[in-house]
Design a binder for this molecule. Sequence first.
Ligand SMILES: C[S@@+](CC[C@H](N)C(=O)[O-])C[C@H]1O[C@@H](n2cnc3c(N)ncnc32)[C@H](O)[C@@H]1O
Length: 821
Amino acid sequence: MAPNSKAAKAFKTMGSMGYSGKVVKPVLKNLLKLYGNNWEFIEDENYRVLIDAIIESEDNKVARVTREQQNALSEGKPDESEPPLKRSKSNSQTDQRATSCHGSAHNDIVAIGDMRNKVENQAHGKKNMAESSSKLLQHEDMKPKVVRPKNHQDKGKNHGSPISHMGPEQTKETHMLSNDENDESVSSLISSKKRTITYETGDHSNSYQDPYNAVIESVPFDSLPNYMVPFSVVPPDPPRLLLEGGSCGSFPNAKENCSTFSDLIDLDAEEISDSKGKSSDLEGHHFECMDSEKFRSEEEENGVLNASKIDIATSSQREVKISLTYKSSYQSHFQAPSLESVLKQVDEKCVKSYKITLPGFSMLKLMKDMCECFLAACTTSNGTEQGIPKTVSKDGNPQAISVEGVDHQLTFCINSNILNGLLNYRNRTLIEVASQIPQGLGPIHMDLLRCHMRNFNVDGYKDKKIDRKILELDGLASSSAGMIIVQKQHSSNYVQDITKGQEAYRIPLINEINEEPLPTFYYIQHNVVYQNAYVKFLLARMSDDNCCSNCFGNCLSSEIPCACAGETGGEFAYMPGGLVKESYLESCISMNHDLQRHNLFYCKDCPLERTKDKRFSGKCKGHLVRKFIKECWYKCGCSMACGNRVVQQGITARLQVFMTPGGKGWGLRTLEDMPKGAFICEYVGEVVTNTELFERNMRNTGEKHTYPVLLDADWSSEGVLKDEEALCLDATSYGNVARFINHRCSDANLIEIPVEVETPDHHYYHLAFFTTRKVNALEELTWDYGIDFDDHRHPVKAFKCHCGSEFCRDRKSMKRRKLRS
Ligand SMILES: C[S@@+](CC[C@H](N)C(=O)[O-])C[C@H]1O[C@@H](n2cnc3c(N)ncnc32)[C@H](O)[C@@H]1O
């Protein structure tokens, strides 16, 4: 790119972060001078160096002005009458200046000097970083402990040295270990959030890169296979936020919830030292997590009446609220800052300290998300955790109806305020709901009931369907109706949530068919990159032509398609409402149905052939060139056209893992009706090279595998692909719920569509599953793995297909079936 366009791009990017050209220009000029016009350093990690330099320069300006004002006022003496908060702020700025600028008056220049050190360190330092990090791990005290997990189904197998995740006291954050010392191609997003997940394979220590900050909650259902024994390296305890417990008033365990929350986010970690209630006194400002009653009485006891509360964020229906409560014993000095100014400071801190440079990111948004997540957690938790909500009958008395089920107690509660005189229908509602519960499902769980409740029509309610909100357990909030299932006992093969809270909704697992042991894997929400798999993202390589850096909100409602649509033929892939567009979906389906009619690429030197067993050598059989949905989410502000669907939104469908009756093992089903084109989930696993996959298969012959997915789109367009560039997803040991989706030949109800988020080179992409037709509640979800049952080249030996489709391609299975019939 010509220098001018590079400069223009830098200005544009900084502009999108709120920095004017006037601010950017001198800093950029200094940096260019410093690096001898080498743009690489400046563009690296989405202009991280530039952002740092601008922030430092801005800070220095503020500090200089403050110092000048102070000098003018008091000729160097501290201003005792200054409000404590202000003093604290200016002090901290002064301190900051002192450390970052080494006392120089020429702050900007020295700040850049600091940047030079940083960049020099960057230039030489990746190796050092890797070395010191690995040294760090070798140090006895720092070395993560290896703990053997509980192993219920360990039928005497030798599993090497399986380890569970470390407890917080054992965790150590490590620097990212770059696989490539010269690697300059890691996006700021990735690098700012990337953690090293280390695991041991006998005597070697290897590293994982977790591109989406996936805190890999290692959740062993059982022991892991012996070839690799991962553990997660979790960052130090997150800082804390102060919450006002009264906001959780509708929840009986509000205080517990609050104290959990208090461990989440900090407004200023340096200034708060204690996680439990009695936090440090910040110039008279206590930050605490307690319920409002307690807060008030303590206030009164202390004779401090100046307690106030600012509401920061709420969930959409205001069921959950985050508030900031503050008090001051220095009443005369205290001036409450505006919420806006506080949030601005926090946003700046996010950029500066935590390097969050995502366009569109704001603390406020995060807080709102937190409220929604809290609500989701409440509405997906069982009643024993949250308690039974208080309900009010028509006459104002609390009412609850209970029905004993097989394994559960169902409590249905209606608030008269909402149903407004319709309590007469209460019993009937309950009876009808109960009759809709399918028989033979064993442990009835809330998700299932909820989905039946959703479409329930209450007579007398003006023939309107009951608002989904009302019935979806929002009744936990005092102002609505709801029901709650109190689980009395679990059947032996029932897991309440295989995701352990990682997804927005719980995904239960149930086995009513046989005694098959629980599956053995670690649930992860996002892909993890194994060792040297080539997943390198260079933001600078993503051209703005195909990205909508200026988009905001729902682009689907605009008449002219934005640039995101460029990749999908000038049209958006999604419809308003979020479903994949019918025409686009149909073309993907027909492409998968009839491979031969569509373009297949034939590798000259097929990575599969290079890695597979020599006994089966042969020519490349061709790889399908797929249609992509491009999701330029890190640059794009669209909330509907892209970005929101796969990586950001996550799973929103109510799903359940169940034991299939047809010999296919575990399967996945939906608990609610899904329309055609609905996003179900992403296929998540370890991103490994084909070479690695092949080696794993060789080491683990006879072990159970999930079916790996080749990320083979466009392989051959590269000519010859390096081994580390030929990627696939292996969800055997690390995966999400998609690892349970079984295969069905040709007429599966899901289709996988590649979604390109970070890199336009088609080597790495996300695989998202969308429904190919309307799918009814309780139907098994299936996708066509694309197996040629006569071809034995696939990394994993094909299974005997029990898909039951009339289009089944497994001829042996078909023969068997015919013989049987
Ligand atoms: C991605 S996993 C699906 C989950 C798997 N059923 C389980 O129990 O974990 C793929 C594996 O499921 C089994 N499977 C999937 N579809 C099948 C089918 N149509 N017929 C028989 N087995 C199938 C095969 O063992 C296959 O290797």
